[in-house]
Design a protein around this ligand. Sequence first.
Ligand code: ADP
Length: 730
Amino acid sequence: MSVLLSQSFRWFARPLRLAVTALLTVVVATAILGLRYGQERQAANLAQERNRQVLETLERLRAVIADVEAQRRGYLLTLDPQYLKAYGVADEAVRRDAQALQALVAGDPLQSHRAGHLALIVAAKLREVDEIVKTARTYSGPAAMAMIRSLDEIRSQLDQMVDHERFLHVDQEKRSEQLEHRKAWLIATAILIVAVLAGVALALARLEAIRRRKAIAENIALHGDLLARDKKIRYLVDANIVGIIIWEVEGRILEANDEFLRIVGYDREDLTSGRLHRTTLTPPEWRERDARTVAELKRIGTAQPFEKEYLRKDGSRVPVLIGGAMFGEGTSQGVGFVLDLTDRKRAVEALRQSEERFRTLVQFSFDVYWETDTQHRFIHQEFAEDLADAPTPGSEIGKTRWEVPYLEPDEEAWRKHREILDAHLPFRDFELARLGPDGSKRYVSVSGLPVFDEKGGFIGYRGVGRHITERRRAEEALRAMQAELAHANRVTTMGQLSASIAHEVNQPIAATVTNAQAALRWLRARPPNLDEVRYSLDRIVDDGKRAGNVIGGIRALIHKVPPRKDWFGLNEAILEMVALTRSEMFKHGISLQTELATGLPMVEGDRTQLQQVILNLIVNAIEAMDGSDEGARELRINTETEAAGVLVTISDSGPGLDPEDAERVFQAFYTTKAKGMGMGLAICKSMVEAHGGRMWVSANEPRGAVFQFSLPLAREESVPARQVRSNPAA
Ligand code: ADP
């Protein structure tokens, strides 16, 4: 039971434990009480027995005394010796009983005292009786009476003792009764305890049974789990996704799956014959690393995965990732996994090479590779090794491009650029200028592509930058050269026109003189005709203005001025050139028709350059028609509005161009004229293109050439404001 208790203790709830403690206390108390009951019962029985013996002895004594008395009295009354026959025996019996009595009541002081006293009296009285008997030779009634009296004292002593014993007996009876009561209680308690213990035992047995059932169920589940796990492990081993081996910690490989054998190039026979050993599989330079792993395994039971190489059976090497664990304490075996890293290494190498290629590409193609985050802050920058003025690495990280100090472009251009960035659109050749270390301007051209994650979320930009300072300088030099050339071309053209221009200027001057003379005549008349004078003076003013305009136009064309950007009306600019060339046309018998669109939008650009284009085209047309004698010589100048801008058409009725010459005429130094430079059309085309426009030539009907150029419109919202500001002619 105690074993059961101790076994079951762990399932006990606290209250149950308390109950059992209480029960145990009751059991112990009951046992003590039972023991005490037994002792007391025994003592009581002994006392009763003694009491009974004392009473018997006393009764016997009384009987013997009565015998003695009867014999002595008989003798004394009859003096018949017959009565004295048993005399000696009776005395002896009295003395023996008196002694026995003394022994019996030795434990009771009072009775002991009485018994002692009784023995003394008995001895004394018997002697006294003897004396009486000896002396009574004759009938002796008085002697008999004396004898009876002396025996009465014994009887009275006996009575006292009997009374006392009877009293004791009654007392013992009561005590016995009490003991019986207690016995009943003890029995009842014992029965109760037995019942409770039986109940507890039953409960514990049930608990134990439940526990066992549970344990069995758990065992079954565990077993099931183990089976399932075993199956999974088996599956893992058989799936041959990774190499799996079971080894001795000292190196022998006991078991391996096919994948492991494939990795190391051994076969199953090598394995079963015990030829597979860590030492044979490991190249010498990896042995020390292996030793560390073995130490780790022995110390903590597991080895962190690490990369190493295995020697294959054919002597080649294979990169692997291995890890393992001991089976448990006290065993020298463990399990390991082996992953073939060949593909990964190859991929890493491919990646490295691709990066290398990319780097080379960047090195030779661009000066900087950059990446920005969603907020357009630099997160990565790589500069070409030979880049002279690359910023300190990392100094621009975390900043946006416009937070790094710049000189160009202006706020407006940045605003447009940021609009593109915020719309996550790609951009090309965004050009900006920074202050170089030597204080000069450094130009950079940046291109970028937005980058999105798999879900299409914008994650930043990636792009490249190119230093274009040299290109910009070359472009500027080219521009300057072109400007020089264009100027030279203008001056040459003006030289060609000098006779006509002189005529153009002379003509209003001559008219002025004529009008002045007329005015003088009208003044000299009596009375002077003031109306006519006023009319002549008005004409003089007009002619003066005309001459002034012509000279102004010539000055503008001949002056070397840097390119400008203005808003101007194209029709007016064309009419000024017509004014310069009108005499020349007249001289060569050419009729001019102009059809200039009303409401033509203002164009933005360099007025002088565009006038040079028009002048060149007019002069070329005049020269072409001059060389041909066929039909009427007609020059038409048209302007019109198109969807994308304005279109200027200058057509002539000259010999025209062969279709294959249509492109060549725009090439520099292409000329068919004896004194020609072949630069005019090349300059015109580049100037139109510099304004964002296009220039081309086609055949006229029925003959002649049609030169056309278009100019784009500037953004609509900015046109009206500027139109008002920079349109003095309007
Ligand atoms: P240049 O006038 O000095 O020859 P241009 O570049 O102005 O140089 O013209 C190149 C050539 O194009 C001319 O020599 C001529 O052959 C041809 N050309 C130009 N305009 C016309 C035209 N309106 N009709 C026919 N040919 C033309």
